[in-house]
Ligand binder design. Structure first.
Ligand code: MLT
Length: 258
């Protein structure tokens, strides 16, 4: 399906996939630094931002297929560096599993390789039904929002908190439902990690409670060529909460051999 996207900057292509239920503008604080040296392509995944929200379950594989379709439409055939935050990371792992020849470097940010626990999957279905019944995404936002940010972001950057909340609230109920059900059925990709041979940046906010640093560290240890960077003063949306540290880590990684 046709994805809305941003495409800016010179140089090698870096594709950035946003988290749930967000949109491509969550990468706006990467634009100035990373986008001055690399060509950033940031799509709105199906059901999010300005991309359409078809009915149905959005599997991570289907969302990865949408990204490939976009790259094909842009005639980008050379392997890319692919980054994803949280749900974007699930999609990135699905993409590299199915299209390994399209990826030369990976950035897994505030994300995990494991599947949902049965309890987490039930919780998502519950949220999906509530969104369907109410026709709004309020309770999804309420559930997620208090756990997203570090204290330092809440105190030091209230404007970022406000912006992110508005972005979440703009996501359509159908998009939220599709993504919730897709995340609930995503496979466990832990065993895939050992087969990912491209250089990988694993990044996590020091105060991330949704994908905590200890769990993320284990994922990095299972990846043959990973570097772990823990971003201080950041929670689950580390590139948005502490863009200076995150951009530095991303630029260092991108400057390395791929
Ligand atoms: C995200 O930030 O994309 C979500 O927290 C992912 C999830 O719900 O597993």
């Amino acid at each position: 399906m046709l994805l809305a996207y941003d495409d800016y900057g010179p140089g090698p292509v870096v594709v950035l996939l946003h988290g749930f239920p967000l949109n491509r503008k969550m990468w706006s604080l990467q634009e100035g630094r990373v986008g001055s040296m690399y060509r950033i392509i940031a799509p709105d995944l199906r059901g999010h931002g300005e991309t359409a929200a078809p009915p149905g379950v959005y599997t991570m594989e289907e969302m990865a297929g949408d990204v490939i379709e976009l790259l094909d439409a842009l005639q980008i055939t050379e392997p890319i560096v692919l980054g994803g935050l949280s749900m974007g990371g699930y999609v990135a792992l699905a993409l590299i599993a199915h299209y390994p020849e399209r990826v030369r470097g990976l950035m897994l940010i505030d994300t995990r390789a494991a599947a949902d626990t049965p309890e987490a999957a039930r919780n998502r279905e519950d949220l999906a039904r509530k969104a369907e019944a109410s026709g709004n995404v309020g309770h999804v936002v309420e559930g997620l929002f208090p756990r997203l940010f570090s204290e330092s972001t809440r105190v030091g950057h209230p404007e970022r908190v406000t912006w992110l909340r508005a972005a979440m609230e703009k996501t359509s109920p159908r998009g939220v439902v599709g993504a919730l059900r897709g995340m609930a059925v995503r496979p466990d990709r832990t065993a895939d990690l050992a087969r990912i041979t491209v250089p990988t940046l694993v990044m996590v906010g020091a105060d991330d409670v949704l994908t905590p640093p200890d769990e993320v560290r284990k994922m990095a240890e299972a990846l043959p060529r990973a570097k772990l960077v823990v971003i201080p003063n950041a929670g689950h949306v580390s590139p948005f909460e502490n863009p200076d540290a995150a951009n530095e880590a991303i630029l260092q990684f991108l400057a390395g051999p791929h």
